[in-house]
Write a protein that binds this ligand. Structure first.
Ligand code: 6PG
Length: 250
């Protein structure tokens, strides 16, 4: 039985507001309990408005920025100032105005010529930031934000590639166009792996629009659909998974 919660609200702006408020509330709860909050952002377009709300009043002064460590669940293998960069999207919508100390932000470095090296570098960074994780175990990030792609991917774990099946590393790389030339943007990716998503204490999935409905139905269906989407992995999350959906996607 999947550990799923669903919050359905009217439209994408309401999804952004509900998600931003829930992120700040969880951050405050984590900081009150243990003095810190680790957050892994998702990319794409859906979360942009939620990030902007977090960096604006009233939420910006409620969010415990100084105790927050900010990660990226995945990143496109492009320069951080490239229009396709998830870091750039987060910077434009939130990081350039939120009072988050630069030393609390851990972008996935993409200046390595080779995406495999970029993945190894991010893996090393995560192991350094989560030093108490036993060998063979995985970090429990307080909150991972995820989206659902039209092909059923989540983070940058794309169907038809080896990435979703990587079960020992914390970070892997993916070349989505090797399996589906239509994937946009047509770039390689670095991504946290399936077991890291499973190990997160909380997962928020933001999905809006009617085009997400079929994939969500396949994630929610009790019986295993024939063409199970990669994002059905969410059913095995150890933590609480909360879907923030608009009416159209619900
Ligand atoms: C990415 C994202 C990706 C995204 C989904 C949904 O790097 O593109 O991390 O996993 O969440 O593709 O994207 P939208 O929210 O834009 O539909």
């Amino acid at each position: 039985m999947a550990n799923f919660n669903t919050r359905t609200v009217a439209d994408s702006n309401a999804v952004a507001k509900a998600a931003a408020e829930a992120i700040v509330a969880l951050a405050k709860e984590c900081v009150a309990k243990k003095g810190s909050f680790s957050l892994a952002l998702s990319g794409g377009s859906t979360p942009k408005t939620a990030y902007a709300l977090m960096a604006s009043e009233p939420l910006v002064s409620q969010m415990p920025w100084k105790q927050t460590q900010l990660y990226f669940g995945d990143e496109r293998h492009v320069r951080p100032d490239h229009p396709d960069s998830n870091y750039r999207m987060a910077h434009e919508s939130m990081l350039k105005t939120a009072p988050l100390p630069a030393e609390n932000v851990f972008p996935i470095a993409t200046d390595d010529a080779d995406v495999v090296d970029a993945a190894k570098r991010f893996e090393k960074l995560l192991h350094g930031n989560f030093p108490n994780v036993k060998p063979g175990e995985f970090p429990s990030i307080d909150l991972m934000l995820l989206g659902i792609g039209p092909d059923g991917h989540t983070a940058s774990l794309f169907p038809g590639t080896p990435a979703p099946k990587e079960m020992s590393n914390w970070v892997t790389w993916c070349d989505p166009n090797s399996a589906n030339p239509a994937i946009k943007p047509p770039v390689k990716r670095v991504t946290m792996t399936t077991p890291v998503i499973w190990s997160a204490a909380n997962v928020f999935v933001l999905a809006t629009g009617a085009e997400k409905k079929p994939m969500l139905a396949k994630i929610f269906s009790e019986s295993e659909p024939a063409d199970a989407p990669v994002s059905r992995l969410l059913r095995k999350c150890k933590g609480q998974v909360t879907f923030f959906l608009d009416q159209a996607a619900s």
